[in-house]
Design a protein around this ligand. Structure first.
Ligand code: 4NP
Length: 152
């Protein structure tokens, strides 16, 4: 059973989107995965994903309504096999929480699954428009689909 954690800043836009898409793919393909998401910040702990993220994902057939935000914690390095971050700031924040090499080795950029070693970011749609939420969905969906295929 692979344990995968997705991380962004607020845990209300990009990482719950990745969690919901991966849960959707898990159900569709019967994958032996444990999936969760977290934010490096504490602003939105306990909240549902942003209503625009929920609406856009629903339009694309993915339900995020039951997810709730939590903050990334040091025990996540032990509890998960892989930790996928959305951007450089998340990457630095996550690494700064531990100085152990085996912890750091679990942390990757999500889009590196599609664009290896490029450290590309999933742009934060929080201050954007519907177009930005749709772009985030497509980027994250393609990365999760590639991740699923890489796990087989
Ligand atoms: P996320 O987006 O990191 O993709 O969840 C954000 C959500 C909230 C805030 C920033 C980014 N915020 O500043 O509250």
């Amino acid at each position: 059973m692979q344990k995968i954690l997705f991380v962004c800043l607020g845990n209300i836009c990009r990482s719950p989107l990745a969690e919901g898409i991966m849960l959707h793919l898990k159900e569709k393909h019967g994958l032996p995965l444990e999936i969760d998401s977290a934010g490096t910040a504490h602003y939105h702990i306990g909240e549902a994903p942003d209503h625009r993220t929920i609406a856009n994902a629903a339009k694309n057939g993915v339900d995020l309504s039951k997810l709730r935000a939590r903050q990334f914690q040091v025990s996540d390095f032990e509890d998960f096999d892989r930790i996928y971050v959305m951007d450089t700031s998340n990457y630095r924040n996550v690494l700064s929480i531990s100085d152990q090499k085996q912890h750091h080795a679990k942390v990757r950029f999500l889009l590196d699954v599609v664009f290896p070693n490029q450290n590309k970011e999933v742009p934060d749609p929080y201050y954007g428009s519907e177009k930005d939420f749709e772009a985030a969905f497509q980027l994250v969906y393609n990365a999760c689909e590639a991740l699923r295929l890489s796990l087989v």
